[in-house]
Design a protein around this ligand. Sequence first.
Ligand code: COA
Length: 448
Amino acid sequence: MTTVGIDAIEIRTGKLKLDLPNTFAPEKGDDPEKYTKGLGLQDSSFPDVYEDIVTMGANAAKQLMDRKGLSPSEIGRIDVATESAFDHSKPVSTYIAGCLEQVYDGDFRHANKGERKFACVAGTQAIDDAYNWIRAGRNRGRAALVICTDTALYARGDPGEATQGAGAVAMLIDEDPDLVALSDDQGYGSMDETDFLKPNQQFPSVDGKRSMQVYLARMREALEDYESVAGKIELDDFQYAPFHTPFPGMVRKAALLAYRHVIRDTEREEELAEEIGRQPREDEYEDREAYEEAIREHMDELKDTEQYQTWYAKTVEPTLELSSKVGNWYTGSVHVARVSALRDAVEKDLDFAGETLLVGSYGSGAQAEIHTETVQDGWREEVEALDIDEQLAARYDLTWSEYEDVHDVHEYDEDVGHEMIEQFTTPSEEFVFTGWGRMNERQYDYVE
Ligand code: COA
């Protein structure tokens, strides 16, 4: 059977940045290390006044199509994953296709367009849809464009304000991919939860601490479900573990839990037992409370072992590099983590084709998904083609009062139009938001 997977990726960050330790922390009266060490964040990306989910998504998609030399006739499907949509009916993918049709010969009338929603896991679901469409032989030789695009803004003063971000990831899903092939096997952990939601409101209602517990619980279920079809996962089975990264500190917690799970009943557990004892087993304790207390103590010790720290530094920490510089991109976040991992492999000059990634996606509400990906021969060229370092270096560094203005511009309830404050950067060769049309639709132009 032919392989199906991600052929190419392009990333587009919002063009502004908020420096968390130096600009955000002093205003909040917080120790900067709460952000750098606690949450693991340095900066958040924000959209300039002429940017939004459509411009970022369309700009990422154009960059991808240009680099791969694609024309609209070669794309049979455009799915957008977002939790920042501004329309309950017309999907963002139609706006993005409309933008792209301004600059390419031909059109996307033949392409099936949609919008996927399940909080941050929707991008992975859209990849699934594309995978299934291709595997079913319904693609007529065409590839699918999956675009994850979000402005992850929280209400001012919400604890989540520190974890904001904005950006888009465009991915081409195709047969014989250049970057990674997707495994047939998948695992799910899915349950009706109210940890993070936006019931007809722009900014989320979040129970932050609970959302972290739910992330860990659903991810564990997904791991077990994956193992029920693919067999037990061993530590040496995968080189990197890119996980959904709302903020790096979250993945730090998930990694410890995953490590504990994966080494249980293995030689590695026996080796560690000499230092910190075996992992507590529930049937050895009188009640659940005593067991959980023992687990907490064991995890604290496990975290400090050399074995764990070496594994974490090699397998997980490199996946957090971009996230620490851009914040949460919701649907794009796990895909940014994958790119971070692949960039690390380039930097270390690894001979990486054929190696495996263990990919963990999560969306509040809540659902986790685990699958593996096999790195393909063309991976290095794809990763080296990314210009994300240049984009990050070019971001405008907001002062606090500029941040307040930008937040107001992007907040629907504030009467601050995008034309009311000066843009911070100058658009060039990109799609920009220009205002509203007669039916309150958003409008876009391409700036040369
Ligand atoms: N030095 C080092 N670490 C520090 C610190 C300092 N001076 N001050 C605080 N920290 C640590 C805390 O111990 C905590 O780490 P821990 O969880 O490992 O103990 C971390 O920094 C965050 O501090 P906390 O006080 O818990 O932050 P908060 O209550 O302001 O909010 C979230 C944290 C994550 C709950 C909040 O940002 C949020 O709601 N985010 C959105 C929801 C989300 O993304 N959920 C994830 C699931 S998708």
